[in-house]
Design a protein around this ligand. Structure first.
Ligand code: SF4
Length: 367
């Protein structure tokens, strides 16, 4: 007879808490909101993450997908309740926050994105002196330079970041580790180093003609827009990719004034990685989606004029690994002033190799 042991934690954790990537005690903050104790609700969120405002605005809310109320109707609007707490609550949670006396220990943090700032917040709360290094002029990483403003207004992000810096966290702007300062030097002058440099480069695909003027990469495009350096994109924009970033790129291009925005992706509609509600929002805004097509070649002389496509027959093999199969006989051509490829992001980890014994293997750090 076989037996299946379920851990106590697995057994007693509510589904919403299990589904939340941060493991927030969702039922407890819902109860606090119900009772009008908004600061208490914020304090519950802050037990796990220092970004209640960001999550209230921009989280994809997997907790709602797991909500047990779906068995009898709609899920509880958990993220909206968090937003109510953030908007109605004040700062009295600060008085309840326990701060440990300084320990004299120093921690260097590489990257001021959500992971780096979260580490800094909790390390500083524990009495360690946290210094965060980032190549960008302001802290926030992907939250500031990747998520479009229409999803996360900058002043809302600033609210969460201000609370982190107020604890005494030091932020070193425009300091790219590996270029402006060596990781080895940080390791020497700190008791610990936390690497949270993120996936801050758009993934590349080999595509004939991708060097033409008017061909852009998704992450770089979003970053340029966030920094007020939006490129000229013309009237017709084609976005390559079927994930959430591709949708963000398409909606951003629309907001920059493109008259026609078309998404081209390998996946069939039901296989797209983007969330269904984001796909629906894009279509509501007039964005068209061309499923099951792959880019074949960028058209034009020096500048982008269009994209040649070939049919994508399937994207996954029998073991569900990504292994697209194409039919080169079925083709199409679409016109474009700008093509933006948003097919994922990759980490840039060359800087880690200045530490003795540490190596980079593709996108991973090994020793
Ligand atoms: S909205 Fe996001 S952060 Fe908040 S509880 Fe749900 S999954 Fe967690």
């Amino acid at each position: 007879m076989s037996s299946c042991r379920v851990s106590r934690k697995e057994f007693i954790l509510p589904r919403c808490t299990k589904a939340c990537p941060a493991g927030i005690d969702v039922p407890r903050y819902i109860r606090a909101v119900r009772d009008g104790h908004y600061d208490e609700a914020i304090a519950v969120v802050r037990e796990k993450i220092p970004f209640p405002t960001v999550c209230a605005d921009a989280c994809f809310a997997p907790c709602e997908d797991a909500c047990a109320y779906q068995q009898v109707g709609e899920p509880i609007a958990i993220r909206a309740l968090k937003r109510a707490a953030v908007d109605k609550g004040g700062d009295s949670w600060k008085a309840r926050k326990k701060l440990i006396q300084p320990t004299g220990k120093k921690v260097a943090i590489v990257g001021a994105g959500p992971a780096g700032l979260t580490a800094a917040y909790y390390l500083q709360s524990l009495g360690h002196a946290a210094t965060v290094y980032d190549g960008f002029p302001k802290p926030g990483g992907m939250l500031r330079y990747g998520i479009p403003r229409y999803r996360l207004p900058e002043e809302r992000l600033e609210k969460d970041i201000r609370h982190i810096l107020e604890l005494g966290v030091t932020f070193r702007a425009n300091t790219l580790v590996g270029k402006d300062i060596r990781l080895e030097a940080l390791a020497k002058e700190s008791d610990a180093v936390f690497i949270s440099s993120g996936a801050n480069s758009g993934a590349r695909i080999p595509l004939e003609g991708a060097d033409k003027k008017g061909f852009l990469w998704g992450w770089e495009f979003l970053t340029d827009v966030a920094r007020g350096r939006a490129p000229q994109i013309g009237n017709e924009v084609v976005v390559i990719g079927g994930g959430n970033v591709a949708l963000d790129v398409a909606l951003t291009a629309k907001r920059l004034g493109a008259k026609s925005v078309r998404i081209v992706c390998l996946e069939a509609r039901e296989e797209m990685l983007a969330h269904p509600w984001e796909i629906a929002l894009a279509e509501e805004e007039g964005i068209t989606i061309q499923n099951a097509w792959a880019p074949k070649r960028v058209l034009g002389k020096e500048k982008v004029e269009g994209l040649a496509l070939k049919r994508c027959v399937s994207t996954l093999d029998d073991a569900c690994n990504f292994d697209p199969v194409y039919d080169d006989e079925i083709t199409d051509r679409i016109s474009a002033d700008t093509i933006i490829a948003a097919i994922g992001q990759t980490p840039v980890l060359d800087f880690v190799e200045s530490l003795p014994g540490v190596k980079k293997n593709r996108q991973r750090v090994t020793s």
